[in-house]
Design a binder for this molecule. Sequence first.
Ligand SMILES: C[S@@+](CC[C@H](N)C(=O)[O-])C[C@H]1O[C@@H](n2cnc3c(N)ncnc32)[C@H](O)[C@@H]1O
Length: 218
Amino acid sequence: MLIIWRICNTAIAQSCEKNVLFNFDLNWINAVTMELLTLGLALFVIALVFIPTLRTGASPVPTSRRMQKALLALLPEHLTCDPQSVIYELGSGWGGLAFAVAKKYPETTVVGYEISLLPWLYARLRKSFQPQNNLHFTLSNFLNRDLSNGVLVLCYLLPKPMDQLRIKLEEELALGALVVSNTFAFRGWRPVDEKKADDMYASHVFLYEVGNTNRKAS
Ligand SMILES: C[S@@+](CC[C@H](N)C(=O)[O-])C[C@H]1O[C@@H](n2cnc3c(N)ncnc32)[C@H](O)[C@@H]1O
């Protein structure tokens, strides 16, 4: 934002220097208008990120590189699935994790659902510069989507929305489907495996297998 603000101000200053017809008041009005426009743009961008965060309780914090490494190491080398099977990234944010998973499993379709416009736009833009044929980003609330063909589901969400998601996954996913959660464990599910990331928080990543979650007494 600071960079945009500086560019706008420089542009105004240059146009004022060149245009002899500009008097002081006009320059001042132009400068104030431009500053208000820049401020409006900044507030709009902030709102684009924060309004969906208030709705979902999950900000678009991306999975770190170290966390990605731990998460990918937890996944099987190959996924045994039919061609209709899909890997879902639920709340795909800026797309970093979805790209990494799509590269690991180039034969399987990866769909990232994201509710927040700005991260979704960024991920779409990134895909146009960095084509990945098996990867698709959709602007949508994953709670309203049918996930029944999911062979692997990834998420990085807060515990409360995960409770709602857990019920949906239990209802829709086939036995044997894999579910990976970054940082937070699904309450009531026991992971089949877990890993600690080599980061300063020693964050965990949890792997679950539908039908083998050995529900703990809550
Ligand atoms: C912590 S970020 C994780 C981003 C990405 N998965 C990653 O690991 O880098 C969580 C994302 O989930 C999105 N999200 C939360 N609830 C959602 C919902 N019901 N439908 C779609 N996206 C959702 C948020 O907008 C946010 O971008």
